[in-house]
Design a protein around this ligand. Structure first.
Ligand SMILES: C=CC1=C(C)c2cc3[nH]c(cc4nc(cc5[nH]c(cc1n2)c(C)c5CCC(=O)O)C(CCC(=O)O)=C4C)c(C)c3C=C
Ligand code: FE2
Ligand code: FE2
Length: 366
């Protein structure tokens, strides 16, 4: 095994304030809405043993022999329909969240390095961590941008950080945010998103809270995700002061033929329309940024299914994106997890510059 050179090792004087970084991690997205870019992205995503738990010897031939020959073109067409001038919505919103959070934490007097990394695609977690390490990283807070913990998402980010750390000699101190599904500031931000929509548009007959699904088997094996989705839904509903009869919780984005968490979003909305529900509002509290799954699947596919089955009015309530209350919630969450780490003293810039110089001399990225 070979280890990266030691850029941050001070020979002599220790820096007064070791550098602290906050790494926001989201799922990731293809670089372009093209079949070639989708093939690269889906190969990494669906090749992750946290995401597909079928034995490798069975799954990899199926993935490479069948799925990666057909799905990329279909998915690329869907991405093309939601692509923004600046890029994929998930990445555009994530970058905006990073910039805003940097401002909010700076205003509160924290001196931190804030970076964004993606679990699949770019910028990758190891690439960003290599850069931070070369700059003298001593303390790292990893914030998976998933409110509800799942082995398929949150734990996979932990795996990526652990794989990076396996080739680093002197590790930073590392903390992870595992979940924030019941954090009062996150719940308040989601509720505010909905109540602000209702203040403009009036109320629907039913509010649907749609979460990304996972295989039912993961729930049976002990994944807390389902439970955490239901708790988020209850807390948001209580905060809004609406009765349980007015809210439906569903699960979307089923992949493959196995059973996933139920009730499924689209059949539920078709059923609501057939039973005479005129207007639904659909909100996706498990996604903190709008992405393919909300802008295409919910706001296009599911909308068409609801209206096609006789529904009259369909509203997709946008994700938290750049909402002020949400960035405040993130600020609080990060501050809580930084406790005990001194992030308020001025950094010893001379020592950090000397470290960066040593890194360059050793041929490591500066
Ligand atoms: C919010 C949490 C998410 C969980 C849990 C999750 C589990 C999960 N997803 C797949 C398969 C796919 N998901 C895809 C897109 C996608 N998934 C999430 C989030 C969760 N996934 C997001 C935010 C996105 C959108 C990304 C974007 O670029 O906008 C896709 C790719 C799109 C497609 O080809 O359909 C797949 C595939 C599985 C199998 C799974 C749990 C086992
Ligand atoms: Fe997904
Ligand atoms: Fe989808």
């Amino acid at each position: 095994m070979s280890f990266a050179p030691e850029p941050a090792q001070a020979h002599g004087r220790e820096p007064q304030t070791p550098s602290t970084a906050v790494l926001l991690c989201n799922l990731g997205t293809p670089d372009e809405p093209t079949p070639a870019a989708l093939r690269r992205y889906l190969a990494e995503f669906l090749g992750d043993p946290r995401v597909v738990e079928i034995p490798r010897a069975l799954w990899l031939p199926l993935l490479h022999g069948l799925i990666l020959r057909t799905r990329p073109a279909k998915s690329a067409a869907k991405y093309a329909g939601i692509w923004m001038p600046e890029g994929s919505p998930l990445k555009v919103w994530s970058e905006k969240q990073l910039l805003m959070l940097r401002g909010y934490l700076g205003e509160r007097g924290h001196r931190l390095t804030l970076r964004l990394a993606m679990r699949y695609g770019n910028p990758s977690i190891p690439a960003v961590l290599d850069e931070l390490h070369a700059q003298g990283l001593r303390r790292l807070l990893v914030v998976p941008m998933y409110p509800q913990y799942s082995s398929t998402t949150t734990a996979s980010i932990v795996d990526a950080v652990a794989q990076w750390s396996s080739r680093i000699r002197t590790l930073p101190e590392i903390r992870f945010v595992n979940r924030f599904h019941d954090h009062p500031a996150y719940v308040a931000a989601v509720a505010r998103r909905i109540s602000a929509h209702w203040a403009r548009e009036g109320r629907p007959d039913k509010l649907v809270m749609s979460f990304h699904g996972i295989p039912q088997r993961n729930l049976e094996l002990g994944d807390p995700y389902h439970c955490e989705c239901l708790k988020t839904a209850r807390l948001v509903r209580e905060r809004l002061g609406v009765s349980a009869d007015d809210v439906v919780v569903t699960f979307q984005s089923r992949f493959g033929r196995a059973q996933w968490l139920q009730p499924y979003t689209e059949p539920t909305l078709v059923d609501l329309a057939r039973r005479g529900v005129r207007r639904v509002d659909v909100v996706c509290p498990g996604f903190v940024a709008d992405c393919l799954e909300t802008l295409e699947e919910i706001a296009m596919e599911v909308r068409d299914a609801f209206l096609g089955a006789g529904g009259q009015v369909f509203h997709h309530i946008p994700c938290l994106n750049d909402q002020h209350e949400w960035i405040l919630a993130l600020t609080e969450l990060v501050q809580e997890h930084l406790q005990g780490w001194d992030t308020r003293s001025p950094p010893d810039t001379a020592a950090l510059a000397a470290q960066a110089e040593r890194a360059r001399a050793l041929g490591a990225p500066a």
